[in-house]
Ligand binder design. Structure first.
Ligand code: KG4
Ligand code: ZN
Length: 344
């Protein structure tokens, strides 16, 4: 299964084989391209995907010592994401699949993230609870089986990664802010600031992170006039408190989800899953409450082609590749907005 990811600012390609696992993968990140704009510029993203895709496919095939003719199907991210960026991957995948006379399989980006922990050698068994924390989504899902996902709770406003990115911007950190803020937080001292833990006590499994960013704006405004020589430490302290607030809320909701579903396995997916403090806090909660927690290998937390190839392989194996995915159909579409639990 050749997997192609192009939903946002990363071009990812991977080759996966059910019997042997991941054979090769390659990724091109557009961070440097978008850096000067402080965020992703959709048109630049699409054009860069066009430039990178063919080279990445060649790299992956040569690293795997495989010929294109040995590919049984091509999986690509069909949505959600940036329409133009998705169209690049979708056109490429459908063209290649048509030429090879194999199916092209459209994959939901979040399904890729959800299943990414199964790329690890100690893959968890179904069913499990998944915490999906990316730049665009924050959701708790009950994963019964491949393609059977039940939404338990989600954010009412900003996603956790988005809150990290926006707060990082307020602190003058470079794009993408999440990892930079997490690094700064490591130098921070707890106790100086006190930010809210939004919705931590609500009896739903829903989240809200936009108020946290506003609280950071208020805290920064209150600092005006302070001695600027301590600015770095002040911002590190604020970053640490912000990270602690997000992590506490995520851990509390995950713990509640484990309790409510009665399941014993939690899987964490999406870019924020790379956060070290979140990992440590969830591991502690798991020990305390008696559940197991699985993280994808860090390189598969953020967007990548491997998770798309894996989801495609699962679907092909189970015969779940209907509609637009027939080998000789000329039409295909992308779905920039697409709910994971919506009928396909
Ligand atoms: O899953 P992903 O690569 O892309 C989306 O589909 O959104 O997630 C990217 C998000 C960004 O918001 C980024 O800032 C955040 O994940 N992120 C982190 C860390 N690494 C990536 N947030 C906090 N701590 C990190 N170490
Ligand atoms: Zn993603």
């Amino acid at each position: 299964m050749l997997g192609i990811e192009s939903s946002c600012d990363e071009t990812g390609v991977a080759l996966y084989e059910t019997a042997s696992g991941l054979l090769a993968h390659a990724l091109h990140s557009q961070i440097a391209l978008h850096d000067e704009y402080g965020g992703v510029v959709p048109e630049l993203a699409s054009r860069d995907h066009i430039r990178r895709l063919l080279g990445l496919v060649r790299t992956v095939m040569s690293e795997a010592h495989a010929a294109l003719e040995s590919v049984d199907a091509v999986a690509y991210t069909q949505g959600p994401g940036l329409a133009g960026a998705l169209l690049v991957g979708a056109s490429f995948a459908n063209g290649l699949a048509y030429g090879l006379r194999v199916p092209a399989i459209g994959i939901h980006h979040l399904e890729g993230h959800l299943l990414s922990p199964l790329l690890a050698p100690d893959a968890p068994p179904f069913p499990f609870v998944a915490l999906l924390v990316s730049g665009g989504h924050t959701q708790l899902m009950k994963v019964h089986e491949v393609a059977r996902y039940e939404l338990l709770g989600e954010t009412a406003d900003d996603a956790a990664g988005e809150a990290f990115d926006k707060t990082a911007k307020l602190l003058g950190l470079p794009y993408p802010g999440g990892p930079a803020l997490a690094r700064l937080a490591e130098e921070g001292r707890p106790g100086r600031f006190s930010l809210p833990r939004p919705m931590i006590a609500s009896d739903t499994l829903d989240f809200s992170f936009s108020g946290l960013k506003t609280a950071v704006v208020t805290a920064l405004a209150a600092l005006k006039g302070e001695d600027p020589t301590h600015e770095h430490q002040t911002w590190a302290d604020l970053a640490a408190e912000f990270q602690a607030a997000v992590v506490e809320v995520l851990v509390a909701k995950c713990s509640a989800a484990m309790d409510r579903t009665g399941l014993d396995t939690l899987v964490v997916a999406g870019g924020v899953g790379a956060n070290r403090q979140l990992r440590a806090a969830l591991e502690q909660a798991a020990l305390r409450l008696g559940f197991r927690v699985h993280f994808p290998p860090v390189e598969y937390c953020t967007d990548n082609g491997a998770m798309i190839a894996l989801a495609g392989a699962f679907r092909l194996e189970r015969g779940m590749i209907s509609q637009t995915q027939a080998p000789r159909s000329h039409g295909f579409s992308v779905r920039p907005r697409w709910d994971l639990d919506a009928p396909v």
